[in-house]
Write a protein that binds this ligand. Structure first.
Ligand SMILES: Nc1ncnc2c1ncn2[C@@H]1O[C@H](COP(=O)(O)OP(=O)(O)O)[C@@H](O)[C@H]1O
Ligand SMILES: [Mg+2]
Length: 167
């Protein structure tokens, strides 16, 4: 796996195949703490749900992890921590986030994992960490961007644990 740094707050990783995406989920999983918000950006089929699935499995969830495309949110309780997996693809307006009362899910005993955050722009609480996927020649590339002090700690640990990661 190949990676490079743009600056202190962004780690760019190349994910040649689905296993690499799963591996990122496994690396990220132990670094997350209640209260954190993660945004997952990227086109349909980029790998957002694949990453979330690996992450939840690595935290001990053994059942299926379905895409919340139709339900908007899927809820997991793992070792007393709430994990809310959102997908706002189907929103027509960001205000639907408020109408649905989703603001109440962003608590300090919950981790919020958000696909299509741009569809709730202006209504969604800010991210600690953003994972931005793009299609690369082989597989995918991701930018992992830290947006808070919590996020910076995560990124630092991720960088030191990822094979070939610079810095
Ligand atoms: N790094 C990768 N390289 C190539 N294919 C991948 C990679 N990561 C995931 N995939 C595949 O791409 C698809 C991603 O689907 P999904 O995770 O549902 O995307 P999204 O949630 O972004 O719409 C899956 O078929 C998965 O097997
Ligand atoms: Mg998805």
């Amino acid at each position: 796996m190949h990676s490079s740094d743009h600056n202190q707050s962004t780690l760019t990783l190349h994910l040649p195949d689905e296993d690499a995406t799963a591996s990122l989920g496994q690396q990220l999983a132990p670094l997350l703490a209640p209260g954190m918000v993660l945004w997952f950006d990227g086109d349909l089929g980029a790998g957002k749900t694949t990453l979330v699935r690996a992450l939840l499995r690595a935290r001990g969830h053994s059942g299926p992890v379905k895409s919340p495309t139709y339900t908007l949110v899927e809820i997991y309780v793992i070792s007393r921590i709430y994990w809310y997996h959102f997908d706002f693809y189907r929103f027509n307006f960001p205000e639907e986030f408020l109408d649905a009362g989703f603001g109440e899910y962003f608590r300090d005993d919950a981790v919020c994992l958000v696909e299509w955050p741009e569809k709730a722009e202006g209504c969604l609480p800010p991210a600690d960490l953003m994972v931005r996927f793009r299609f690369a020649e082989n597989g995918r590339a991701v930018d992992v961007v830290a947006c808070s002090e919590e996020g910076q700690k995560c990124l630092k640990a991720l960088r030191s644990g990822w094979p070939d990661a610079a810095g």
